[in-house]
Design a binder for this molecule. Sequence first.
Ligand code: ARG
Length: 577
Amino acid sequence: MLGGDVGLELGARVAAAVDAALGVRITPEEALIRPAAPGRGADYQCNAAMGLAKRVGRPAREVAADVVAHLDAADLAEPPEVAGPGFVNFALRRDWLEARLADLAADERLGVPAAAEPRRYAIDYGSPNVAKEMHVGHLRSAIIGDAVVRLLEFAGHDVVRHNHLGDWGTPFGMLIEHLTELDAGGSAGHSIGDLNAFYQAARRKFDGDPDFADRARRRVVALQSGDEETLSLWRELVRASEQHFAEVYALLDVKLDDDDYYGESFYNPFLDEVVEELAAAGLTEVSDGAVCVFLPGFVNRDGQRLPLIVRKSDGGYGYAATDLATVRYWTRDRKATDLLYVVGTPQAQHFRMIFETAARMGWLDDDHHAVHIGFGSVLGEDGKVLRTRAGGAVKLVSLLREAVDRAAAVIAERAELPDELRADVARAVGIGAVKYADLSGDREKDYVFAWDRMLAMEGNTSVYVQYANARARSVLSRAGHTGGAVSLDSPIERALAVKLLQLPAAVATAVAEFAPHKLCTYLYETAVAFSAFYEHCPILKAPDDRTRDSRLALAHLSSRTLTLGLSLLGIAAPAAL
Ligand code: ARG
């Protein structure tokens, strides 16, 4: 089989038939094999005849029939049927499905191939700002980025994580100055515990007190010129923030840790050189005293050229210069082939300009790609960007604790759950719900944060998938073994088998499109197929031993599939629920 992907295997057979029948060469992907809609007696549908008909100038149904006549697929599918305008419907053979399930059972990776040519990814995610509480946007970046990391690693790629901490720039003047005043008053230690309040107090002084603002500006200069006292205050602020972020990442079970910080300050030493290289390449232009890159096609609403400001008129560098340095550093110094930036869609234009500039510099080329993995905002149930009642951005630690508390209330109704497991299960369900709600929709879209929906036992939720998995695990533990050869006696068992064989395709698409939601959809469908099987096909009370062992094997494969799939999303799969 082609890397365990049934659709591609069929595609390869169709491609050979297309060549034989029409003398046209297509790839297995171009055979356009898609899972068929349920209930029509087919498992897969080929949608290629319509396009091929145009190419060869013959009616689509005739093309479809000709391809079917040349098809060599009798070992895996029943004789296919041509339907409608020229669809070809495939029903997989029962003995073929049973043999594939035996392969699956023996394969640790459940049919998912490891990349033949692994690439080296550098992924920027998390990326909060020092001395500010992380907000839900940073939560999304951490959750989506973490799922992408897990998917890429499982697919066999080399992945380097980096957390682009906002730890540099002009706001640090006011923050450090504020910190020295608190230090003088002896209250610094605790006050940076509440980072938002700290930031806001500094801001108020900066806006209201010109002397303070002057001192803050001098601090920026001192920081940039490496003044030791200023630097040590700066480090104090950075450390306090990192501790706060570490707490959130631990609660979330996100892989980001202390070694993964490559904050803005990290790139500071490279910025002179980056801007010199841009200038030497003739890409820069001075406009109103600032060094800018102007790229064709980037204009504002009034048709004026949009600058990418690489050096401000006061001589300081900003966000854009730093991001150009990230591209140069990760491709040139760290030999990454693919750069990923998991950042909200409002920054889409920024990244287009960065990537375009980097391409002109030769830092990105045919073998060095960069992708902005954008995502929408998190909205409250009122449809507005999520805020706490007090109006501040929602504090993540309290949000995540609330998720776990609410999950505890949901599972309180499950009498059969042993008490000693409750805390762990509440955590798995609560954190899983927040992550899954974020991952299960198209990431580019905004999504509404609604507790009841994300913790619902029915529907496309993590707890529904976790529950299906826990049911399978519990039957297996009662049986004490994982079954024997699979025999697909009923349509319900067959439908589950077809689903289980689609994991490789689901993982491949989620990886290729950086689209964890496609894996969520697959897991949900698999959980639905398993639940139907569980309710209609008695396992421990099966009519005979052969049937019981076959059903146990199906339950075991289902549980392995759901557990692996959830783990690729960074979500725990408790044994009981
Ligand atoms: N700290 C930035 C923010 O909060 C996000 C940084 C994203 N990464 C990057 N390389 N620009 O908006």
